[in-house]
Design a protein around this ligand. Structure first.
Ligand SMILES: [Zn+2]
Length: 488
């Protein structure tokens, strides 16, 4: 006769949250033989909290023991070896001291929090490990269109919208609307990256493992091209604040993302309440600067316009930081008019593969367009001695050398082409046909950069200020001009 599994053990942890911006940690002991942990949070008082879990490997900054976290939309989850609530990593349940983490988003009053843990016993199923990534989807060099900021059912807020897409649905949607690649950037979690090859199935779409590093208090960043199973911590503090338990610096985050082979971009850097706040360290330390700025998030809005100015200031300081865009869509039905692939980041890659897309992003060989249908905008420059460069490139020459800068707009009839040199508009031209190239000459001068924009007519809506639409159609990454005497 077999012996019945022991009855589940129930543990209650309590905490009081008084102040926004803090993480509360409560430890509990997991005995041998546990095969499932369920967690439920209850709250009394006015405010918003999340709930997450670290296993026996601890809760230090960037701990490999991170298993997942929920935002304020959801209060309950479970993990086991083979399955878990979306947003949580399945995997073996080892005995030891585990930790519940409670981020406090808002605290209008003190909140009394109770976390009920149910530890079930029984045989442990085989672990579900992260599955394989796709290899080369297409070996052909070309322009590949992607959405770099996509939430799936694994983000609790997206799930809560009731109309979010699973990773597999993202691949199908991308195929339908003409995107070639998609980065799955859920809030602080990575379980969306578990079955990329299977989720992309026969779509011909490249799914990239991603994460939105969502530091709830100091800024977000999209991370593109992780390996499945990689995770980037979100508990950074700005340099002026002393580090406490579980905290790190933004430089650690950026270096970690790069060491995983990923590209990291400050998301919606000037959107109110979620703006990037790591500028002091960026000014002092090049390694505390993200690879990119998401200057265009969802429908082109006022903060995107401000982000472009911010980006120009970064470029004028000589920082090599690239522009990119992403839809940041949480649910297909939304008030803001957000949609997958709006905007689209279009990169020139040697192949449609993770390595190809990441190389292109890192070299700034890209532009951002309103949607997968376009318009297209290409910037090239011919320097002295016939150097030909595209977006992301550098042209060298003596101060009085001429550089021929060419902008080709496809599908841009009726729009206005704008050339920006060192943050200032130096040329505008009306585009009258659907494949038009405009060329101008720039002196190398003391160096600097050129970049192009294609602008349409804005559709301002004062009633819905968040949907304030400026008429951006496409914008390119820059070509740098560097003065180097004795070249020509
Ligand atoms: Zn997002």
């Amino acid at each position: 006769m077999s012996t019945a599994a022991p009855v589940p053990q129930v543990i209650e942890l309590t905490a009081v949250a008084r102040r926004r911006g803090q993480y509360l940690y409560r430890q509990f002991s997991v005995p041998v033989g546990v095969n499932r942990i369920s967690v439920k949070l209850k709250k009394k008082g006015m405010g918003q909290v999340g709930v997450g879990l670290f296993d026996e490997r601890g809760c230090d900054y960037q701990s490999p023991g991170f298993r997942g976290v929920l935002g304020q939309e959801s209060r309950e989850f479970f993990i086991s070896a083979d399955r878990a609530t979306p947003g949580f990593r399945p995997g073996a349940i080892h005995p030891g001291t585990w930790t519940v983490m409670i981020p406090v988003f808002r605290a209008w009053t003190a909140m009394r929090l109770t976390v009920t843990l149910t530890l079930a016993f029984g045989p442990e199923p085989n672990e579900t490990l992260p599955g394989p990534e796709q290899s080369v989807v297409s070996p052909a060099p070309g322009w590949y269109k992607g959405d770099m900021h996509c939430h799936t059912t694994h983000s609790s807020d997206a799930h809560h919208s009731g109309s979010s897409l699973t990773p597999g649905e993202w691949a199908a949607k991308a195929q339908e609307i003409g995107l070639h690649w998609v980065s799955l950037t859920d809030h602080n979690v990575t379980s969306q990256n578990w079955q990329l090859q299977q989720d992309a199935a026969e779509t011909g779409v490249l799914l990239l493992a991603g994460e939105e590093m969502t530091n709830w208090f100091h800024g977000h960043a999209t991370v593109t091209g992780l390996s499945p199973g990689d995770w980037i911590d979100f508990r950074q503090l700005p340099v002026r604040m002393p580090l406490g338990k579980g905290a790190g610096r933004i430089r650690d985050c950026i270096m970690k993302a790069r060491s995983c082979g990923a590209y990291i971009s400050a998301a919606h850097p000037l959107r109110l309440l979620v703006e990037w706040r790591f500028w002091d360290e960026a000014k002092a330390d090049p390694e505390a600067r993200p690879d990119g700025l998401e200057v265009w998030t969802g429908r082109f809005q006022y903060d995107n316009w401000e982000s472009l100015k911010l980006w120009d200031r970064c470029l004028c300081r000589g920082w090599k930081v690239w522009a990119n865009g992403g839809s940041d869509i949480h649910g297909m039905h939304n008030e803001e008019g957000f949609a997958p692939g709006q905007p689209t980041t279009v990169v020139y890659a040697e192949s449609l593969s993770k390595a190809g897309i990441l190389a292109a992003l890192r070299q700034g060989r890209s532009y951002v367009a309103r949607s997968p249908e376009g318009p297209e905008l290409y910037l090239t420059a011919r320097g002295p001695g016939g150097q030909d460069e595209m977006m992301g490139g550098t042209v060298y020459g003596a101060a009085d050398d001429q550089v021929e800068v060419s902008m080709r707009a496809v599908g841009g009839a009726g729009k206005q082409l704008v050339l920006i040199r060192d943050g200032k508009v130096v040329m505008t031209a009306a585009i009258t046909s659907n494949d038009q190239t405009v060329s101008v000459t720039q002196m190398v001068g003391g160096g600097g950069y050129v970049r192009a924009e294609l602008r349409g007519k804005g559709q301002a809506s004062l009633l819905r200020i968040w949907a304030y639409r400026l008429g951006m159609e496409a914008l390119t990454n820059p070509i740098f001009l560097v003065q180097r005497d004795g070249l020509s």
